[in-house]
Ligand binder design. Structure first.
Ligand SMILES: Nc1ncnc2c1ncn2[C@@H]1O[C@H](COP(=O)(O)OP(=O)(O)OP(=O)(O)O)[C@@H](O)[C@H]1O
Length: 257
C-alpha cells in the first residue's frame, strides 16, 4: 500500500476549480517533485494531501498512523519576535537538548541552538524548518518550494541534504519546485501540474522522450520551455477547460494505480 495517495481529487477554492481529477501516490523512499506554472495548484495539491484543504471530489488516503513532516512555503512567524532556534524547535512540543543538537547537526546547523531565528540567512532558516519537520521522524516529508530565495549553490546544497535524509531515514519526499534543472537531478519522479496532471514520469525516462523535450527543453533552457508550456494553455478557460490533452502523449513511465 502507498504511504499516501490522492485519487481523482478535485479542489474548489473561491468558486474556482483549482485541481481537477488529480491522482498521485507516494511510495516509501521515493522523491517526487511537482512542477508547474504559478497558480497551477501545486501548493493546493500538497495542502489537500495534508488534509489542510478539503477535497470537493475524489479522496486522499493515508497509511494508518502515517507520520508526516511539512515544510511550508512561508514561515508564519512574526519576524520581529525574538526567539532562538532552540525554542523554535520546541514549539509546540518540548524537545530534549540532545535531540535538538542532533537534528541541527543533521541539517548542517551544528551549535546554532541559541542563534536568533530572525538573524538567520534564508538558507539557514530553511534548514531549521527542515530540522523541525524531521523531529517528528516523518515517513513522508512534504516541502513546498523549500529553496525559494536561495542562490544556486544554496539550492543545490539543500537538495543534496534532502537526498541524504531520504537515504538515511527511508522517508518519502513530495516537494514543489520551480527549478527543473534541480528537479532532474534530485527526483525519482516528476509530475507536471496545471490544474490537472499534464504529464509525469521518471526524469531519465521523461527527459529522453521527444514529448518532454518539446515541453521542457533541456538543461538550463528548461525554465524557458516550461514558460512556453505554461502559455500554450488557455488560462482564461480555467484549469479544467481549454487544455489540449492530446498534445501531451503519455509515453512516460506512469505511476497511476
Ligand atoms: N484560499 C484560496 N481561496 C481562493 N483561491 C485560492 C486560495 N488559495 C489559492 N487559490 C487559487 O488557487 C490557484 C492555485 O494556487 P496554488 O497556490 O495552489 O498554486 P501554485 O501552483 O502553488 O502557485 P505558485 O507557484 O505561485 O506558488 C491560484 O489561482 C490561487 O489564486
Amino acid at each position: 500500500m502507498s504511504l499516501i495517495s490522492a485519487d481523482h481529487i478535485c479542489v474548489r477554492l473561491g468558486g474556482e476549480e483549482v485541481l481537477h481529477d488529480v491522482s498521485l501516490r507516494l511510495e516509501p523512499g521515493e522523491i517526487v517533485t511537482v512542477v508547474g506554472p504559478n497558480g497551477s495548484g501545486k501548493s493546493t495539491l500538497l495542502r489537500a494531501m495534508l488534509g489542510i484543504v478539503p477535497v470537493a471530489g475524489g479522496r486522499v488516503t493515508r497509511a494508518a498512523g502515517l507520520r508526516l513532516g511539512y515544510v511550508p512555503q512561508k514561515l508564519m512567524i512574526d519576524r520581529s519576535m525574538p526567539i532562538s532556534v532552540r525554542r523554535f524547535l520546541s514549539l509546540p512540543l518540548r524537545v530534549g537538548a540532545a535531540d535538538v543538537a542532533a537534528v541541527l547537526a543533521r541539517v548542517g546547523m551544528e551549535g546554532q541552538q541559541e542563534a536568533q531565528l530572525t538573524a538567520l540567512s534564508g538558507g539557514q532558516l530553511q534548514r531549521v524548518l527542515l530540522a523541525r519537520a524531521l523531529l517528528g521522524r516523518p515517513q513522508v516529508l512534504m516541502l513546498d518550494e523549500p529553496t525559494q530565495g536561495l542562490d544556486q549553490p544554496g539550492e543545490a546544497a539543500f537538495y543534496r541534504l534532502i537526498e541524504e535524509v531520504r537515504t538515511e531515514t527511508g522517508c518519502a519526499v513530495l516537494m514543489v519546485s520551480h527549478d527543473l534543472h534541480v528537479v532532474m537531478a534530485a527526483s525519482d519522479r516528476v509530475i507536471c501540474l496545471n490544474g490537472h496532471v499534464c504529464c509525469e514520469g521518471a526524469p531519465h525516462v521523461v527527459s529522453t522522450a521527444p514529448e518532454y523535450r518539446a515541453l521542457f527543453g533541456l538543461g538550463t533552457r528548461g525554465a524557458l520551455a516550461l514558460y512556453r508550456h505554461e502559455h500554450d494553455h488557455d488560462h482564461n478557460a480555467g484549469p479544467d477547460h481549454g487544455h489540449d490533452h492530446h498534445h501531451h502523449p503519455h509515453t512516460h513511465d506512469h505511476h497511476h494505480a
